[in-house]
Design a protein around this ligand. Structure first.
Ligand code: C2E
Ligand code: MG
Ligand code: MG
Length: 694
């Protein structure tokens, strides 16, 4: 090969190369050869490159400077990463190597470009992915820690550092041992933590989760997964989550499901657990215990009169008082609105009685709220284990039946379960259902209790009291089913029936020549019906009864509930000519100011004040006060529940006008009533009746 062919030989040589190559004449620094790959790289026909200077095609200052140095004879080789500008103006990243070669006495520079754009793209993509990953890691709510198989730390996110409260210096210096030691020191049970961590590290493919507590009070959940690359474990990812609040919330839920939200007392569920435990203990060591159902008397009045918020506060106060009567190991639970259950450990009849008396005593202190003073009494039923039952249901049923018996007998007392007394225990649902049947099939009856003039001893009226004998349930006391009917609204239907029936009876007596005023009990719901006045009016008119022969007994709570509306209705009833009485007077919360405005004819002193007459100083004072009040307001006053001669005498002396009660007669069916009044056949003579205002 001769000298002039040197370039040609090089040109042939470079043509087969994959990289782009130029040959640059060492003297002129012009391109004297370029392969096809060079044309592709720059986006031109390789021929166009010939005789251009290398400097002219340089895209970077470094390349320009290099060719300058070459011209000056200071440098003749270079290798570095650079750029090439294509003829369309775009730029391609390359690795560019320049070497000087001598051949056949001719010097040329061989310039080789290795296109790096594919590599660069991969690199960029990787960077991108990495930054995405980092952002994801930083944005999770979990603390993330990545280690290699030996446990050396490869990275963690900021949440991890925050969760573990890592000190600043541990974040900046790379000291795996210090971080691990910090974590170990932070957990409460460091030994256990260390053991679990070692177990995780021993099993490279283990996926697991566990929970531990930190000294800071945080509870941490740790989930760990192996990190794999091409199917091989190369490390481990730990994720940590602070579950302190979640745990607290679930504990609270558990607590709520066991307690009554208003008072914080155990609910039925927790009570059942405790009774279960007491039963087991009792079987083991032979101790008896007592289950006591405590039900507040007329609590509905408080709610009706002052609203539910006030009622809630009363319940809280009641809770405190009951708690004060128990030892700390005993339980008081709240099952329903005004129903509490006491579990008294190691109690026989004497112990249970002492507790019941303590509760009744504690309740007898007056309550005072928002400057209102009032009393709350309760009825208590007691069942003893094992005598009265050896399971919760049986004990509850019996204590409940005993409590209901207390209610029937006048409330504010306690009573033990008595065998046979609750022969047919019945549920509210049963009663509710049977009650509806009873109205349809005519099982309700009205009995009449005579009312007597204390001065003359004459019968001057009768209170109609509903009676129900169910074929299956037996006799059901109105004290039991009326409150249920009030709750369900069925009282309206019952009330209509009572009104019609009593009016019919009064007309029948009158037609037989016997003017007997009849009082009926009116429930709050009934009184509040929009058409109540019209119904009374229509019933009285249709039957042709002189309206003054009908008296409506209302309770104080009815009147206070919406005093303006009540006043409006009472005035309408007064217009109608019917008589109006306040029943159970003294147990409600009427204010004198209202009383004065209401067109009332009669006050009926509640029988709870009569019961302990004449021995009880408090009751004597109350009865005296009510009688004087009635005198001052020119109302007639009647005492109910009079059972003994001394009671009658006391009332007479106090100036009370009238009474009703077992002393004279219980409520009687129509036949018995007529007989009791000395009249078996329709009247021949007209008995004297109270003078009614016309
Ligand atoms: P109340 O209106 O206060 O009725 C007086 C209650 O005392 C009646 O109980 C009566 O039988 C009872 N009683 C009468 N004398 C004596 C006595 O000397 N000693 C004792 N310990 N008790 C006596 P009853 O019949 O069980 O009625 C209870 C309550 O049921 C009534 O209380 C009344 O609020 C309600 N009620 C009864 N019948 C009706 C009715 O037809 N409609 C409505 N809405 N309520 C009624
Ligand atoms: Mg009554
Ligand atoms: Mg009464």
């Amino acid at each position: 090969m001769t000298a002039p062919d040197a370039r040609g030989a090089w040109s042939i040589l470079i043509e087969g190369l994959l990289d782009a190559v130029w040959l640059v004449d060492a003297t002129t620094l012009r391109i004297v050869g370029a392969n096809a790959a060079a044309g592709t790289l720059l986006g031109v026909d390789p021929g166009t490159l010939l005789s251009r200077t290398a400097a002219e095609l340089s895209a970077t200052p470094e390349d320009l400077a290099f060719w300058q140095s070459v011209a000056n004879g200071w440098q003749d080789a270079i290798i570095s990463e650079s750029l090439v500008r294509r003829f369309n103006g775009s730029v391609v990243p390359v690795t560019r190597r320049v070497n000087r070669v001598e051949s056949h006495g001719q010097a040329i520079y061989v310039v080789v470009f290795h296109d790096r754009s594919a590599h660069q793209a991969t690199q960029d993509e990787l960077e991108h992915r990495l930054s995405e990953l980092r952002a994801t890691l930083e944005s999770t709510a979990d603390g993330i820690l990545v280690t290699d198989l030996s446990g050396a730390i490869r990275g963690f996110n900021r949440r991890f550092a925050a969760l573990w409260n890592l000190p600043e210096d541990l974040l900046t210096q790379r000291d795996d041992a210090a971080v691990q030691a910090w974590m170990r020191r932070s957990v409460v049970d460091a030994a256990d933590y260390g053991r679990r961590l070692a177990a995780i590290q021993d099993a490279t493919l283990l996926q697991t989760s566990d929970v531990f507590s930190l000294h800071s009070g945080q509870v941490i959940e740790r989930v760990t997964l192996p990190q794999c690359s091409r199917g091989q474990p190369i490390g481990r990812v730990f994720s940590f989550r602070d579950i302190t609040e979640k745990l607290a919330a679930s504990q609270r839920i558990e607590e709520l499901s066991q307690t009554d939200p208003l008072t914080g007392l155990p609910n039925r569920r927790l009570l059942a657990d405790r009774v279960e435990f007491a039963l087991a203990m009792s079987q083991r060591n032979g101790h008896s215990f007592a289950l006591m159902v405590v039900n507040l008397d007329r609590f509905k009045h408080i709610n009706d009169t002052f609203g539910l918020g006030f009622g809630d506060r009363v319940l809280l106060e009641v809770t405190d008082r009951i708690k004060g009567c128990l030892r700390s190991l005993d339980t008081v639970a709240r099952l329903g609105s005004d129903e509490f259950v006491l579990l008294v450990h190691k109690a026989d009849a004497t112990g249970a009685e002492a507790t019941a008396r303590r509760v009744i005593d504690a309740m007898s202190r007056p309550f005072r709220m928002d400057a209102i003073e009032f009393t709350v009494t309760c009825s208590i039923g007691v069942a003893l284990c094992p005598d009265d039952g050896d399971n919760l249901d049986e004990l509850m049923r019996r204590a409940d039946a005993a409590m209901h018996r207390v209610k029937e007998l006048g409330r504010a007392s306690f009573r033990f379960h008595q065998p046979h007394a609750d022969a047919a225990p019945r549920s509210q649902m049963q009663i509710d259902h049977a009650m509806r049947q009873a109205l349809v099939s005519g099982q309700f009856r009205l009995h009449y209790q005579p009312q007597i003039d204390l001065g003359t001893g004459r019968v001057i009226g009768a209170e109609a009291l509903i009676r129900w004998r169910d074929p299956v349930l037996g006799d059901v006391s109105p004290a039991e089913f009326i409150p249920l009917a009030e709750e369900s609204g069925f009282i309206i239907a019952i009330g209509d029936w009572v009104l019609a029936q009593a009016v019919r009876q009064a007309v029948e007596w009158r037609n037989a020549g016997w003017e007997m005023p009849v009082s009926i009990n009116v429930s709050a719901l009934q009184f509040q019906q929009a058409d109540f006045i019209e119904r009374v009016s229509a019933t009285v008119k249709a039957a042709g009864l002189p309206p003054q022969l009908l008296e409506l007994e209302l309770t104080e709570s009815i009147l206070i509930h919406d005093a303006e509306d009540a006043l409006h209705r009472l005035k309408a009833l007064e217009q109608l000519g019917v008589m109006l009485a306040i029943d159970d007077f003294g147990t409600g919360y009427s204010s004198l100011a209202y009383l004065k405005r209401f067109p009332i004819d009669r006050l009926k002193i509640d029988r709870s004040f009569i019961r302990s007459l004449p021995g009880d100083g408090g009751d004597m004072a109350i009865v005296n006060a009510i009688v004087q009040l009635a005198h001052a307001m020119q109302l007639r006053v009647i005492a109910e529940g009079v059972e003994t001669e001394p009671q009658r005498q006391f009332l007479l002396d106090a100036g009370c006008h009238e009474f009703q009660g077992f002393l004279y007669s219980p409520a009687l069916d129509v036949d018995a009533f007529e007989q009791r009044l000395g009249r078996s056949a329709p009247a021949v003579t007209k008995p004297s009746v109270r003078l009614v205002k016309g």
